[in-house]
Ligand binder design. Structure first.
Ligand code: ADP
Ligand code: MG
Length: 238
């Protein structure tokens, strides 16, 4: 399960309306990418879904249930932060276990989930290392592992690869796509990188100044961009 619906969701910071009321449906199992230039409201929209920001208006539903007023921990979603959000003094195992420990999960279940996540992410041999002893790509996988163990209804990624060099980024993109095929869990992925959007998404949401300019598959957007902004951003010959 992992269907997320936004109904006239709006966000103001003081008097400034960063997200005008917008509607959006993210289907269960979909890989949805929010793309748009810096400052267009991608992170804000993701943080509203996560519950890290309160909406100024509108309703959010997760699997049909009202979630607008739920705190982040009660939404059943997992936000994947950039790899620098790892605890440097803790082992990989402890970093991954952290959210389960916080939730008071019993040790046997924690161990089962750590083993499963480590296998899915090729981290089995690295569980006793600290983040400083890992490559950038491995650190990013630990950050994803910490999300996987919560078995969320959806993963929320905010530019998770922006700290990595170009070569690593290509590899990690493929790894995240593969993870999506394996887990079949909804993923909402924020990027300002058109290539990332076009290669990873089932559905792309193009944002401009908080407005949804167009929603569609990469091919739909490429073939039939609604306006010159979308065409220019996606790189269509229009
Ligand atoms: P993006 O992730 O697309 O780069 P953001 O969602 O971070 O964009 O920001 C969208 C707009 O909202 C920007 O103009 C930014 O300055 C503003 N903004 C974001 N967070 C805050 C905040 N906590 N207080 C005031 N303005 C904010
Ligand atoms: Mg951002």
């Amino acid at each position: 399960m992992g269907r997320i619906t936004l109904d006239k969701v709006q966000k103001k910071f003081g008097e400034v309306e960063v997200i005008p009321p917008l509607d959006l449906t993210i289907e269960d199992g979909e890989f949805v990418v929010f793309v748009g230039p810096s400052g267009c409201g991608k992170s804000t929209l993701l943080r509203l879904i996560a519950g890290l920001e309160d909406v100024s208006g509108g309703e959010i539903r997760i699997d049909g249930k009202p979630a607008t007023d739920l705190p982040p921990a009660k939404r059943g979603l997992a936000m994947v932060f950039q790899s620098y959000a790892l605890y440097p003094h803790m082992s990989v195992r402890k970093n991954i276990a952290f959210p389960m420990k916080m939730a008071g999960m019993d040790q046997a279940e924690q161990d089962r989930r750590i083993a499963k996540a480590a296998e899915a992410l090729n981290l089995t041999d690295y569980l006793d290392r600290r983040p400083g002893q890992l490559s950038g790509g491995q650190r990013q996988r630990v950050a994803i592992g910490r999300a996987i163990v919560r078995e969320p209804a959806a993963f929320l990624f905010d530019e998770p690869l922006s700290n990595l060099d170009a070569a690593l980024r290509v590899g990690m993109r493929m790894e995240i796509s593969e993870l999506h095929s394996t887990l079949k869990t909804t993923m909402v992925y924020v990027t300002h990188d058109q290539v990332e959007a076009m290669t990873m998404a089932d559905k792309i949401v193009v944002l401009r100044a908080g407005n949804i300019e167009q929603v569609g598959s990469p091919l739909e957007l490429y073939k039939a961009p609604r306006n010159t902004f979308v065409a220019g951003f996606i790189g269509s010959p229009k």
